[in-house]
Design a protein around this ligand. Structure first.
Ligand SMILES: [Zn+2]
Length: 81
C-alpha cells in the first residue's frame, strides 16, 4: 500500500475536526481556552494512515509532540494481530 502524502490540512477540515471534538484535546481533555489545539493523524501517515477525516483527531500541542510516531494504544491490537 503506498503511503499517503503529508498534505497541508485545509482550514475547513481542521475546523470540522475541532468542532466534532468539541474543541477539546482527545488525550488530556484540555480545551482551546487552555491550550493550543492541533490536528493529529490517529494512525500516523508513516504507518499507513490516511488523510481521511476519520483518521484525524484534535490534540493539544503538548500531547501531539509527546505522541510523535507512536501508535495510539487503542489501535495497537490492530497492528499486532
Ligand atoms: Zn492534550
Amino acid at each position: 500500500m503506498p503511503k499517503s502524502p503529508r498534505i497541508r490540512i485545509p482550514p475547513e477540515v481542521r475546523k470540522y475536526v475541532h468542532q466534532r471534538d468539541n474543541y477539546q484535546c482527545q488525550s488530556c481533555n484540555q480545551t482551546h481556552h487552555d491550550t493550543h489545539l492541533t490536528i493529529d493523524h490517529i494512525i500516523p501517515l508513516a504507518r499507513g494512515g490516511t488523510n481521511d477525516i476519520s483518521n484525524l483527531q484534535t490534540l493539544c500541542l503538548t500531547c501531539n509532540q509527546q505522541k510523535k510516531d507512536k501508535i495510539d494504544p487503542r489501535f495497537r491490537r490492530y497492528f499486532e494481530s
